[in-house]
Design a protein around this ligand. Structure first.
Ligand code: NAI
Length: 377
């Protein structure tokens, strides 16, 4: 099978998410990094791209030059990853979709709900794939939970409790660090800080595992560090279309919590628990029974959990290979296969609607509001 050509925007040297994309895209030999505009600093980006093997002509100073240089390139790019700060996602993703490229955009996909609706429209009109990097949904044991819910193994889902709370922005003396500051600056991050940054991963995960969508929510936001305009702590209650009750806490000032993403799904006949810091295991308890630990790589797991695991039982795979699973499914989709579970622009749009709903609710003292995008009502 020939390798697919891959281009990357953002994710430069020292960035948080860039390495996970490079490891993920190239882990299975599907993609080769052929072009990039990797850094807001043009020269730094060009030098770094070349150090990663990109030829000088395709190591661009910025994404506009990359679009110009690549749109009619004979060695066409099959996929563009957008891994820049949030405020740039919309225009870059839209421009590349309109030029006929498949795109994997980092979350949050856009800054507004209208932009999200537009990306969904543009992706449909272009016939190209627009995926959004909800990579946690691609952990094998998360797929296992999703399949168990779909198979009715815990009955109807009554309640989901999820946290994405870490403490890495809890040091007030570090609040002006440029890599921290943009996340709380409305011009760079949008209307929400922590909820749009991490909370939407948890909300997407709840929908993904439950096979249901969020209908309404009530939010309480707080900026615990005074200089922050946007919230660094959010508590969000939600209800799903099928009636499932949801509780979500997302914080960046929970000092002592490291990655801090976990989810518990409670059904009529059982409960399950998964945590990103222990991603090989699902704790499953049938009603009235003992807790069982299900382990990635063991026999009897769902086809998806088995397909998305590469190494033998008990060996950690972890975050870059969860991202790699997104790329595996993207490569398959680009080659024309159907892949269930790939997070798409519609998921990015739903998240944006939830972010705006949460902001709206928070300023109204937690009033319950509709969390669905207009086009899904
Ligand atoms: P960062 O601040 O660590 O790195 C951003 C990178 O983008 C830097 O290399 C910077 O030079 C480059 N950049 C900025 N503007 C650019 C432009 N106009 N053109 C080209 N390059 C540009 O940010 P981080 O944490 O890597 O976040 C980037 C995006 O990834 C954000 O949207 C964030 O929400 C998302 N993210 C997603 C994660 C996930 O689990 N899916 C985890 C971490 C971040």
């Amino acid at each position: 099978m020939t390798r697919l050509n891959w281009g990357m925007i953002g994710g430069g040297e020292g960035s948080q998410i860039g390495p996970a994309h490079r490891l993920g895209a190239q882990a299975d030999g599907n993609f080769v990094l052929a072009a990039g505009a990797l850094d807001v600093d043009a020269e730094k980006g060009r030098v770094y791209a070349q150090s990663l093997g990109v030829i000088a002509d395709r190591a661009y100073a910025n994404w506009q030059d990359m679009l110009e240089g690549e749109k009619n390139h004979p060695d066409r790019l099959d996929l563009i990853t957008v891994a820049t700060p949030n405020s740039t996602h919309f225009e870059i993703t839209k421009a590349f979709l309109e030029a006929g490229f498949n795109v994997l955009c980092e979350k949050p996909m856009t800054m507004t709900v209208d932009q999200g609706e537009e990306i969904v429209r543009v992706a449909k009109a272009s016939g190209k794939i627009c995926a959004v990097n909800y990579c946690y949904s691609a952990y094998p044991m998360v797929r296992q939970m999703r399949q168990m819910v779909a198979d009715g193994e815990i009955g109807k889902v009554r309640l989901i409790v999820t946290n994405f709370s870490h403490g890495h922005h809890g040091d007030a003396t570090d609040a002006d660090n440029p890599r921290v500051r943009w996340r709380y600056d409305p011009a760079m991050a949008g209307v929400s800080g922590q909820f749009a940054d991490c909370g939407i991963h948890a909300l997407h995960m709840a929908s993904f595992i439950a096979g249901d969508e969020v209908r309404s929510l009530s939010a309480d936001f707080a900026s615990t560090i005074d200089s922050r305009v946007l919230e660094d702590d959010a508590m969000v209650n939600f209800r799903m279309e099928g009636g499932t009750v949801g509780r979500l806490w997302s914080s960046s000032v929970a000092i002592g919590r490291q990655h801090g993403f976990d989810i518990q799904v409670f059904g009529e006949t059982g409960g399950m628990r998964w945590a990103s810091e222990q991603p090989n295991q699902v704790f499953y308890t049938p009603v009235g029974g003992r807790t069982q630990i299900m382990e990635k790589g063991e026999s009897g797991l769902s086809d998806e959990a088995t397909r998305l695991s590469r190494v033998a039982i008990a060996h950690p795979e972890g975050f870059p290979l969860a991202v790699a699973n997104i790329y595996v499914d993207l490569a398959a989709a680009i080659r024309g296969e159907q892949r269930d579970g790939l997070p798409l622009a519609e998921d990015g749009l739903r998240s944006m609607a939830a972010v705006y709903a949460a902001v709206d609710s928070a300023v109204q003292d937690g009033k319950w509001v509709d969390a669905r995008p207009p086009s899904f009502r």
